[in-house]
Design a protein. Sequence first.
Length: 313
Amino acid sequence: MSTNASSAVLLSLETLGLSNVSMYPAFVIGTLAYLFIMFCNLLVLLSIALSKKLQKPMFVLLFNLPISDMLGATAFFPHLMLSIMTQNRLISHPVCVFQAFLIHVYGTGNLLILTAMAYDRYIAICCPLRYNSIMSPHNLVKIIVTVWFITFSIMVTLFSMLSRFKICRTHVVDLYCNNPSLLKLYCEDTRDNNYFGVFGIVVIQGGSLLVILYTYGQILRTCIMNSQPDTRKKAIQTCGTHLVVFLILEVNTLVTLMAHRFKGVSPFLRRALGVSVIVFPPFLDPIIYGLKTAELKESIKMFLTRNMGATKL
């Protein structure tokens, strides 16, 4: 079958494999997970926005991470919950493309935000005397604008390239829409799209990894040479938290994307990894930063105490 990619085309996502008995528990668990993700990330956002102590470059950059996490979670969970309740895995082609676009924006945005945060920590620890001049408000705005400009530029280009093709299949091989699964719907030559996709992986993930390796190598060297135990401990704790968050996303995303390019990979494993990319970072990021970053932890406690007190009154 060959048809134009229009709103009239309905695609079928991979079945969830839920029985009538397990459907309701799955819906409750998914809804609670989504609400928890949104609550925790909103809590981080509001704590940073309303605390004068957190109006620093590190936290201004961190402010972008919950936004990206909530975008990814919202692109995935609401449609999943609807699918569970209706037992209907159909999705229109435009909605599928839009979902894929948002999910890729989330993944790319997270990697670049974490890379920018690594650069900020590098300047703070390795060049403390120049920190205020390098991470000035003007330069900070330029970094944030650059992160989102690169993210949207690559994603708009990637998904605009799909408009050239006609659909000849209607089954999406994953539990949600993404660029690799969309490419499998077309019978035409999609090599240019694959090349651009690989280019994006090399530039975004490879570039981010190189920046992380360099900055953390320099940070480690500085910490070893630092004779003050308290300073060294604080630096390692802050950077260790950031490194854990980055590695969770980097490794998971890379393995998931590469799994689409090797036919021998188990479809079940590929789908499980694909879901974990969207679920775990938005779930874990606010917890890790909220518990391990002392200033943010204190601001969250003050925000909750103040608002709980106001509610009682």
